[in-house]
Structure formats: C-alpha cells, structure tokens
Design a protein around this ligand. Structure first.
Ligand code: SAH
Ligand code: SF4
Length: 383
C-alpha cells in the first residue's frame, strides 16, 4: 500500500483561516461558511469571539468560557488564532522596538514601535513588502514590490506589538501603544483596500479601539486615491513632500511626474475632514545641499499658506550606497526657525532607534543587513 498525502488536505490544514485578523463582516461569513454557527446566531457568536480576540488578545479558543465546549472544539478544527512568526526583534537603547514579521516564504515586513509619540507611543506599520515607487532617498524604493500585505497582515503587526508591550491587559489610560502611522514599507494608497479594512479592525471600539484620529496614513502623493482615503477611513493625512519645486520633486519623489505639486496641493485642500483640529502633516526629509536652503524653507511656508498643516522635518537616515547625506544640525535648525516663525510648530523628528537602524521608511533590508553583519561578527568571534 502506498501512503498518499493528499495535497488538498495538507494545505487545508496549513491554511486554516485566522479568525483574529478578519474584519467583523468576514468573521461572520467565515463562521457561517464553516457551519460553526447558523446564520441567525453568527453575529452573536462573532461578537463573542471578537471580544476575546480583540479586547483580550486571546490566541486560543480554550479561554472562551462563554462559548460551549463543543463549539470551541469546532472552531479550533476550522480556524486558528495564531500569531505570525517573529523573525527578529530588536530593542534600541531609546526604547524603540523593531520586529521583523514573517508572513510566508520571502514575505517579511518590519514594524517599529516608537515611545513618546502621540498620546503615548506610535506603531509604524508596513502596508506592502517593497514598493513600486522609487524615491531616490528611500531604501525601500530600491526594492521591488513583493506584494501588498492583507488587512489581516497589517493588523497582525498591531497584535505583535500589543503582545510584546503587554497592552491587552493594560487599563486604557496605561496603554503604551496609542497611535498608528502607516509609514513603514510601501505606499499605503496602492493598497487602499487592505489599509481601509485594517483600519476598521484597529479602530473597532469593541476591540483595540484606536481612534481614527490617532491613525495617520502617509502617502508620496497618489492624488487619485486621496479623497477615497478620507471618505473610506477618516485617517489623518501625511504627505511626503520633500521638495518645493517640481524640478526637484520629480527627482526625489518620482510620482511627482504624474501628479505635480499643484495637483497634489489641490487634492490636499479637498481632503475630507481637513480642519485646524485635523491638520495634514507634511514630511520633509533634510538632504544636505539638496533641499535644505533658507530659500526653500521660505518657499515651503509660501506653498502651504492657507492649508491647516503641520511640518515634520526628518533628518535623512543614511543607508549604504545612498546618494545623499543628512543636512547638518545647524542647517536643520535654520530651516526649522524659518518654518517656526511662520507659525508652524515643526518638531524635528529626532532620529530614533538609530542603533538598530529603525527609521520608518527604510525598513526590512536594513535589518537584514544588520542581522547579516551580526551573524558575520558572531561567526568570526573567537570561540
Ligand atoms: N510610502 C509612503 C509611506 C512610507 S515612507 C510615503 O512615502 O509617504 C514614510 C516616510 O519616511 C516618508 O515620508 C518617506 O519619505 C520617509 N523616508 C523614507 N526613507 C527615508 C530616509 N532614508 N530617511 C528619512 N526619511 C525617509
Ligand atoms: Fe515607496 Fe514611500 Fe519609499 Fe517612496 S518613500 S519609495 S513611496 S516607501
């Protein structure tokens, strides 16, 4: 007799859907499809599971004491609540934590927790592995797009952080993770479905409950998708501006050739919900001798006149082979003074987690290099 491992069965086991990372609608549908709940009871059952998975971070059906034992067994047979694989975790001396999370062969995304940002701390999440755009100062831009992350994979980054930070059991006022920024790998507006569904899960008030006002989506300027971002998600908007002339922005942020600054500003002014209480954040990376002159600071102020805006000056985070250097502290200060005098509080985003190369915006590849160099060090270290 030959033992045949039926491939369909093997993959069915390997790919049990994860109930903790679905939208509520998908969760209800999944329970009905698997015949774990009758259509009439599915909503109630979904609410129970949602409460355990999203309020308490349950990773096992066993703990769901308000669900009958047989139902728990049926759930465990058909579904999982597993966390993704954490391929690497690094803690920086300034409290920044960085995780490399594996979602399958060749699919890994990086997530960074930054303390003391927002109300308590912000999580910088990735929306894609790689990026189709090629901003010349961004290391992710040198990598081809592997694929969009699913909403579940985006939410999984929040789960991993909350596990690590012990936020599931913390009282609401004590939570360390209070804000989300889509400033990791990828262009969120090229994965708007995934980002919008992930935001539904993250902001659900019967679950993690991070308000949409504390969720910021950063875009390089995908103009045709900006209104939809606002109407579908009510996310706070951040724009990677980085230059005040089309000539320079065409080079730094090449999507500018398709949607030049004037069109971008028009779309920003029309962003749903924009007001003094809900300002757009302009990100401006400081590149030595490229975009950091006082004249450009003044032009920036003129350009943004009338837009409820915040300006974040980001010291350039160098990467091996990068064609730019970071502006000097004095140049950044002069630039910031001009912007401040015009009435913008422009915090200079201090580089965080430098010792673990944890800058948002230049993620996975850096950590891979670091790990490779650490490995080499370990290999060559005397026994
Ligand atoms: N694709 C989106 C979101 C991810 S990038 C976007 O471009 O907005 C998040 C931010 O990090 C962007 O403002 C990006 O321009 C910036 N960034 C990328 N590489 C950087 C680097 N090496 N140093 C400093 N900021 C960088
Ligand atoms: Fe992509 Fe943003 Fe990097 Fe540009 S800055 S390459 S859009 S991740």
């Amino acid at each position: 007799m030959t033992l045949v491992l039926a491939p369909s069965r093997v993959s069915a086991v390997a790919e049990r859907p994860n109930l903790s990372r679905m939208t509520r609608g998908a969760l209800i549908d999944a329970l009905v499809a698997a015949e774990v709940a009758a259509p009439s009871a599915a909503r109630m059952r979904a609410d129970q599971i949602w409460g355990w998975a999203h309020k308490r971070g349950a990773t096992s059906f066993d703990v769901m004491t308000n669900v009958a034992k047989e139902t728990r067994a049926a759930l465990a047979e058909a579904f999982t609540l597993d966390r993704p694989q954490i391929l690497d975790r690094q803690l920086s001396t300034d409290g920044v934590i960085k995780w490399l999370i594996g979602f399958g062969p060749g699919v890994a995304a990086e997530t960074v927790f930054i303390p003391d940002v927002g109300r308590s701390g912000a999580l910088c999440v990735s929306s894609q592995v790689g990026c189709t755009l090629n901003c010349t100062f961004c290391h992710t831009g040198t990598q081809a797009l592997v694929r969009n992350l699913t909403a579940g994979e985006i939410f999984a980054q929040v789960q991993v952080a909350r596990d690590d930070l012990n936020d599931w059991t913390a009282a609401p006022g004590e939570r360390r993770l209070t804000n989300i920024v889509f400033m990791g790998m990828g262009e969120p507006l090229y994965n708007l479905d995934g980002v919008a569904d992930a935001m539904d899960i993250i902001s659900d008030d019967q679950g993690v409950g991070i308000s949409r006002r504390r969720i910021t989506v950063s875009t390089s300027g995908v103009v045709p998708k900006m209104t939809e971002l606002g109407t579908r998600t009510s996310a706070m908007l951040a724009i990677s501006l980085h230059a005040v002339s089309d000539e320079l922005r065409d080079v730094l942020v090449p999507i500018n050739r398709a949607y030049p600054i004037a069109e971008l500003l028009k779309a920003i002014r029309a962003y749903p919900g924009l007001s003094n209480a809900r300002r757009v954040t302009f990100e401006y990376v400081m590149l030595k001798g490229v975009n950091d002159s006082p004249a450009e600071a003044r032009a920036l102020v003129r350009l943004l006149a009338g837009i409820p805006a915040k300006i974040n000056l980001i010291p350039f985070n160098p990467w091996p082979g990068a064609p730019y250097e970071c502006s000097s502290n004095a140049t950044i200060k002069t630039f910031a003074d001009i912007v401040n005098r015009a009435g913008y509080a422009s915090p200079i985003r201090t580089p965080r987690g430098r010792d673990i190369l944890a800058a948002c915006g230049q993620l996975r590849s850096e950590s891979e290099k670091l790990r490779a160099s650490q490995r080499r060090k370990l290999e060559t270290a005397p026994g």
